[in-house]
Write a protein that binds this ligand. Structure first.
Ligand code: ADP
Length: 663
């Protein structure tokens, strides 16, 4: 047997009638790899790779327990008999690796709208949800029975499909059963509202139906919260009490804890810099109330944290979703002495952003996530003919290209003008809340260090320096603009800059961050893009003591953060730091010590005085000149990442991987 630094993490655990081979549990999360409500090959490959990669238990993504919930085509219907053969295929794939597979029937209750299916939203009471704000239909007792029957069907088909268990959901994250359980959202006066016994009634009916269908040989568990995380919601003691009552039914084999509702979604999918293991205190309160195994989650990212949580008795199983999105082989690496090779979840929530865009799940620095069939990280083919490869630029694109090219047997030289690796990722990590992003650079740097890549730091190269190479990968990144015109005036994009943009205290965001973010007394950030850049620059300035004004042409600052779900969190942080926002504004003029903003809709001008630093986030230009020179000189040159078109870290890394596979 392999020696392990994580004896608890590697130890088996009995889950009712079955045994988990270790303590690693992949908790449910949307993948959008389901098509037309059925699994796809990509979906099976996604879970198979996590089973092979060491997860002892996998709870598949939540599935609709009734047609009134989540009808879009990227979701499976747990009440549909067509799931039986689908389950079989998936169960075969993961059972080969001795991994247990569970289905998770659920209903969103009020936390949705009727846009996709035209059906009224069902909820225990007519209380609209903070995110969707649609008035729900108050469920009748007949409809409650219908929903219970949906859960019953889900259990039946899970059994017929050869799954190992069922995790009853809807009872955490503010979904339907959580809505019944919480007095904040259940105002009923019938047998399903009022006392705790009444509020629990629907859940007990579902548990009974589930166990009846599952029989004694399958695992039946529940997903609950350990804290709703909003005033008037259920707190840790309430949940501990409910857990005790659920266990007392004798119907369940385990409890999986999470936190949050749509009132505070940052507890459900917390981004960096949330404290790792932040839910474990409340999870431990639930665990103290029950004797069935308890699964804990919440930014548990590395095996040291996991082992510590088990050693402290805060939970019995380590639940992870994003950590296993980031590295499918997390468990195998942790338990075979390879934990330093785990690619860490950096809390960027690119996975959530992909789902928000209705795209298959992705990861900011694991290009294989959701692409296991086409882009398996561990299978690269040796190059037919090793070439002398120059990679120019050691941002995420260049680092990834150099790593995979070297893995394929090419002779790789990586040139970087700066004295350190990481490109713009290092810029972003200057913001206190974005420090974890350095995990992207560290992981890639370590991989480069394992290969025979010749590293030439502090070396800015031109076309003339590259004549001895067979092929060049140009990953030279992008440069922020500082013309100051906004996207609402595209005709001016190439026109004259805003008056004063050439003053020495005016900088583009890349220039500002590359210079180590020189401190200012009073700064203005002008953001025309609405992404994270503006928020990061404002945070960096404020963290260095500046009074910051943040102006944007948009109707709200940094709206794109809604996709990673941390809009409220970032804005809370910026507001606490005293940042003042100006929306629907364009830059009219900059002087040595003032900035004039113009209201987009009224034309009214407003001057802010005393400004000693202006940072512009108004778009970037691809640094592609080297590529064009090389191509003109007849060299084999390939453009990737921001140098192709300024975009996101995940694009840079994916393109680095793809080009390296082609060389
Ligand atoms: P990407 O996200 O596409 O990887 P980045 O902007 O993060 O792009 O990184 C680009 C890197 O390329 C930067 O670290 C920059 O210093 C480097 N670079 C740009 N031009 C040259 C050059 N001519 N020679 C060497 N390095 C360069």
């Amino acid at each position: 047997m392999t020696e392990t630094a994580y004896p608890l993490l590697g130890s088996p655990l009995k889950l009712g009638p079955r045994t988990a081979r270790n303590r690693i549990w992949m908790t449910a999360h949307a993948t959008l790899l389901v098509k037309d409500h059925l699994f796809t090959e990509a979906h099976i490959a996604y879970y198979r790779s996590r089973a092979e990669g060491g997860a002892a238990v996998i709870t598949m993504e939540a599935m609709a327990a009734h047609p009134t919930t989540q009808p879009y085509k990227g979701k499976a219907f747990a009440f549909d008999p067509r799931m039986v053969p689908e389950y079989r295929k998936l169960a075969d794939a993961v059972h080969r690796h001795n991994t247990l597979l569970l289905a998770q029937p659920w209903h969103r209750g009020r936390q949705t709208n009727s846009v996709t299916n035209g059906l009224p939203v069902w909820a225990p009471s007519a209380v609209p949800c903070a995110v969707y704000r649609e008035m729900p239909h108050v469920m009748t007792t007949a409809e409650i029975a219908e929903l219970v029957h949906g859960y019953r069907l889900a259990a039946r088909y899970a059994r017929e499909g050869g799954l190992d268990g069922i995790e009853v959901h809807g009872s955490a994250h503010g979904y339907m059963l959580n809505q019944f359980l919480s007095p904040a959202t259940n105002h009923r006066t019938d047998a399903y509202g009022g006392s705790v016994e009444n509020r629990m009634r629907i859940v007990l009916e579902i548990l009974e139906a589930t166990r009846e269908e599952a029989g004694p040989d399958m695992i039946v568990g529940m997903r609950i919260n350990s804290d709703d995380g909003h005033p008037g919601g259920l707190g840790p003691q309430d949940w501990a009490d409910l857990a005790r009552r659920f266990e007392a039914t004798g119907l369940i084999d385990y409890i999986s804890c999470s936190q949050g509702t749509y009132v505070n979604r940052m507890l459900i999918y917390p981004t960096s810099p949330e404290e790792h293991g932040f839910q474990l205190g409340a999870t431990a309160q639930v665990k103290a109330a029950v004797s069935v195994p308890v699964v804990g989650v919440g930014r548990i990212v590395n095996p040291d944290e996991a082992e510590a949580a088990l050693a402290a008795g805060q939970c019995d199983m380590i639940g992870m979703a994003r950590a296993l999105v980031s590295d499918a082989r997390w468990g195998a690496k942790a338990l075979s002495g390879e934990s330093r090779r785990i690619r860490p979840c950096v809390g960027a929530n690119w996975c959530m952003t992909t789902i928000f865009a209705q795209a298959p799940i992705g990861c900011i620095h694991n290009p294989s996530a959701g692409q296991e069939l086409d882009l398996d990280e561990d299978s690269v083919t040796p190059a037919a003919r090793p070439k002398r490869v120059a990679v120019v630029g050691a941002g995420p694109a260049g680092l990834r290209a150099a790593w995979t090219a070297a893995r394929r047997g090419h002779e790789v030289t990586l040139f970087e003008a700066r004295d350190e690796l990481g490109g713009q990722v290092r810029f972003w990590a200057q913001a206190p809340s974005r420090r974890e992003l350095l995990g992207i650079v560290d992981w890639l740097s370590d991989r480069i260090g394992e290969e025979a890549v010749e590293l030439r730091l502090g070396t800015r190269v031109g076309a003339g320096d590259l004549t001895g190479f067979d092929v060049v990968v140009v990953a030279t990144g992008s440069r922020g603009q500082k013309h100051g015109w906004t996207a609402v005036r595209p005709q001016n994009w190439a026109g004259p800059p805003v008056p004063g943009a050439d003053l020495p205290h005016v900088m583009a965001y890349t220039e500002f961050l590359a210079a180590g973010a020189p401190p200012a007394r009073r700064a203005l950030v002008f953001d025309a893009m609405g992404g994270r850049q503006g928020a990061v620059v404002a945070e960096v300035l404020a963290s260095k003591g500046a009074q910051v004004d943040f102006a944007t042409q948009l109707g709200q600052p940094s709206p794109d953060l809604a996709a990673s779900r941390d809009w409220g969190k970032v804005h809370g942080m910026l507001r606490r730091a005293g940042v003042r926002f100006h929306v629907d504004r364009e830059l009219a003029e900059i002087t040595a010590d003032s900035v004039t903003l113009r209201d987009l809709y009224t034309g009214a001008a407003e001057t802010i005085s005393g400004i000693d630093r202006v940072v512009m986030v108004v778009g970037s230009t691809a640094e592609d000149a080297l590529h064009h020179e090389l191509t003109a000189a007849g060299m084999d040159s390939h453009l990737i990442g921001d140098a192709m078109a300024p975009r996101r870290v995940n694009d840079a890394i994916r393109e680095g991987e793809l080009i390296a596979r082609k060389l």
